[in-house]
Design a protein around this ligand. Structure first.
Ligand code: NAP
Length: 308
């Protein structure tokens, strides 16, 4: 099992990756970090990490390597190399474990896992839920796929970033469960958005409504975390609409392969497309309500900050 005296590699210092890497340092791990935009890695270097010039260099310096980048193609670039930057696979050591915490395709995960296995190392898919705040607080839910032995070895690394670590099954199973998570998340988001628009048009303060229903059977992460942002007209991203669309595309493609209808997910995917056109892909997912506002002419707001 990994101990906190070990050095952990970290690639991808975005909204999620940066606080996750910080939590590894707080737990006592040495961290060697790489980011495409090197200035972000430099910011972390000021807090005590080593900085590596490429993913391969990270993999040579650490027996456990965490990746947290955007999409399937980005994980492939980090793993296989791109633009003259050698990938993880060029530096990876036999016995090393690579933990991919990005949300990507289960099929791509299995293929990359096979390539690492040929080099005597392992891939754990470990996408997360809990948002930026969960990453900052170290309270993420982490959905893992891969060999139990490799997962047990890196469990202390995951425990530094999350509070619930679930072994979902073989390689790719963590990504499949994350897609289930995204299906439930967007439908909860739509439910909240409809309730907010209905409440506003009915003349009741949406802040009061959020306080009341958060404590009952309709309570959800979306109501508690995104609802207050909507009524304050704060659409800054914790999670960007563009990333949400990437995940819905993955879910809809996987469902297509299974000949399975996902009518609710498909509807939200279309509504988010309208939001992307009007407000851009970097707006926060709480902007789903803006698609309903455009359809109804109602704008949801309250001057009161709900206590949830
Ligand atoms: P983000 O803020 O956009 O950060 C993405 C990071 O990936 C950046 O550091 C970026 O480098 C790096 N990157 C992207 N493409 C790359 C490439 N081709 N090569 C090397 N590095 C690359 O995204 P995020 O919100 O942290 O999300 C990261 C992952 O976690 C995504 O898969 C997302 O779906 C998932 N996730 C996010 C949330 C959330 O609430 N934000 C919640 C759960 C899961 P640069 O700095 O150079 O751009």
């Amino acid at each position: 099992m990994v101990t906190t005296r070990e050095t952990v590699g970290f690639i991808g210092l975005g909204i999620m990756g940066m606080p996750m890497a910080r939590n590894l340092m707080k737990a006592g791990f040495g961290v060697v970090a790489h980011n495409r935009t090197m200035s972000k890695a430099a910011a972390l270097a000021a807090e005590g990490t080593q900085v590596a010039g490429s993913p391969a260099e990270v993999a040579r310096a650490a027996r456990v390597v965490v990746i947290c980048v955007t999409a399937s193609a980005d994980v492939e670039r980090v793993m296989l190399g791109t633009d003259g930057l050698p990938g993880v696979i060029e530096g990876v050591q036999p016995g090393s474990v690579v933990i991919d915490m990005s949300t990507i395709s289960p099929d791509v995960t299995r293929r990359l896992g096979g390539l690492l296995a040929e080099r005597g190392s392992s891939l754990i898919d470990a996408p997360v839920s809990g948002g930026e705040q969960g990453a900052i607080n170290g309270t993420l839910s982490i959905m893992c796929g891969g060999e139990a032995v490799a997962l047990d070895r890196v469990r202390p690394v995951l425990e530094a970033m999350g509070t619930r670590i679930t072994h979902c099954g073989p390689s790719g199973a963590g990504q499949t469960v994350k897609l289930c998570n995204q299906i439930a998340v967007v439908l909860n988001n739509l439910a909240m958005a409809e309730a907010l628009v209905f409440c506003q048009r009915s003349g009741v303060d949406p802040a009061v409504m959020l306080e009341a229903i958060a404590a009952g059977a309709a309570g959800s992460w979306q109501i508690s975390n995104l609802g207050p942002k909507v009524i304050a007209r704060d659409f800054a991203p914790g999670f960007k609409v563009g990333l949400q669309q990437k995940d819905l595309r993955l879910a809809l493609e996987a469902a297509d392969g299974l000949d399975l209808p996902l009518p609710g997910t498909a509807l939200v995917h279309q509504l988010f497309r309208a939001v992307e056109h009007a407000h851009g892909p970097d707006t926060g997912t709480q902007a789903l309500v803006r698609a309903l506002e455009a359809l109804t002419g109602v704008e949801v707001h309250s001057d009161r900050r709900p206590v949830i």
